[in-house]
Design a protein around this ligand. Structure first.
Ligand code: GDD
Ligand code: MN
Length: 367
């Protein structure tokens, strides 16, 4: 397996060479092939030149220069290059300023080796810390950002959503629809994580101690905070859009179900036979639309076959409940139009479908 550390830099000339040397040391203890890709945005302080020179004697160090367009843009460019040109199987995100301890790389790799898709060096799980020197404003800023990400963007299960120290499998990145990520700055971290959550990736957090940078100053500015707040709604809306699509599909299923039933009865089919056929037809159309429209972006996931089986099992239970409701109502109220009974039968089936599918078929990884 090949791991590439993507390290964005902007004016990190004092940090970058010591960092590259520290990484070199740590790579020896990792059993995978490790390389570094420095994504420098033509730093005026000459960071890029230093890296270029260093890379002459160090074949595992690469430089990807470019125009300054923000941290997120730099990561996107780096990920594309690492995967398509360096053949990375997984990539690290890491700061150049020693805020992230290079020695922690090993612990992130251990989780990847254990099967994780997305490993976060987390400040906000048990054992993780932020610098003691941080004043309340800085703490509040970081906690606020995480609160917004967790509760507005809907990434509830992750504690450190804005972390910039992460290890991500290339296979996961390949299945992400990057056209959905419109953030250029720091908000990219949350946007990318949200896509991973939607794909139901195996996301794990490893506690780390975050230290303040040694040299230079933070590049996180008010513009990044504004962009973050501006995009967080859009990130959430992506989830809403899925939910709205799910409801539209459900409504179309009702029409298909009742339409099929009416048609079959008009053709002279007995209502007790028309009912289950209509239910089954709507299950199939719902599955088709949800699979190719609502959850299109989830299609690349592994264990798809098991999910398909679970989905069918759930649908079967829903069909039985729906049909049983229809039969009982038809026997108790024989004078009411069968479409009304059929419609009422859809209601418990919808609940069963929703709960069993979201807590079983599409359940999140509990680890
Ligand atoms: N290429 C490029 N372009 N690199 C950039 C840019 C840019 O526009 N802006 C920042 N960087 C680089 C920096 O040189 C550094 O290596 C890294 O990205 C992180 O920037 P810092 O300025 O050190 O960020 P921070 O310490 O304020 O923010 C940390 O915490 C954030 C919130 O938790 C980082 O870990 C962020 O990644 C994290 O999102
Ligand atoms: Mn930093």
């Amino acid at each position: 397996m090949k791991l590439v550390v993507i390290m964005p830099t902007y004016n990190e000339s004092e940090n970058i060479i010591p960092m590259l040397k520290a990484l070199h040391e740590v790579f020896r203890d990792i059993k995978h092939t490790c390389e570094v890709l420095v994504v420098d945005d033509n730093s005026p302080d000459g960071t890029g030149d230093k890296v270029r020179e260093f890379s002459r004697d160090n074949p595992g160090v690469h430089l990807l220069p470019g125009e300054k367009a923000g941290l997120g843009a730099a990561y996107l460019r780096g990920m594309e290059h690492a995967i398509n040109h360096l053949g990375a199987d997984a990539v690290f995100e890491m700061d150049a300023d020693f805020s992230h301890d290079p020695a922690d790389l090993k612990r992130l790799v251990a989780e990847l080796d254990d099967g994780a898709d997305f490993v976060i060096g987390s400040r906000y799980v048990q054992g993780g810390t932020v610098p003691k020197e941080w004043g309340w404003l800085r703490r509040l800023n970081s906690l606020g950002g995480n609160f917004v990400a967790r509760y507005i963007a809907g990434i509830y299960r992750v504690r450190d959503c804005t972390a910039g120290f992460r290890l991500i499998r290339a296979a996961l990145l390949k299945s992400i629809d990057f056209s959905e990520i419109r953030t250029q700055g720091y908000a990219f971290q949350v946007a990318l994580l949200h896509e991973a959550v939607l794909l139901n990736a195996d996301i794990r957090e490893v506690p780390v101690h975050f230290t303040d940078r040694r040299y230079g100053e933070s590049k996180l500015g008010p513009g990044d905070i504004l962009e973050f707040l501006y995009h967080i709604g859009g990130i959430r809306f992506r989830s809403y859009r899925t939910f709205v699509k799910f409801c539209v599909v459900g409504a179309s299923g009702v029409v298909v179900n009742l339409g099929t039933m009416t048609l079959l009865m008009a053709l002279g089919v007995n209502k007790f036979i028309a009912s289950p056929i209509a239910i089954e037809v709507s299950i199939i159309t719902n599955f088709f639309f949800n699979n190719y429209w609502t959850f299109r972006y989830r299609n690349n996931r592994s264990r798809k076959r098991i999910r398909g089986l679970k989905f069918n099992a759930v649908s079967f239970v829903a069909l039985l409940v729906s049909y049983l409701t229809f039969v009982l109502l038809s026997l108790w109220f024989p004078d009411v139009a069968p479409q009304v009974h059929q419609f009422i039968g859809i209601i418990p089936a919808t609940f069963i479908n929703y709960f069993l599918n979201s807590y079983w078929t599409f359940s999140e990884d509990k680890r």
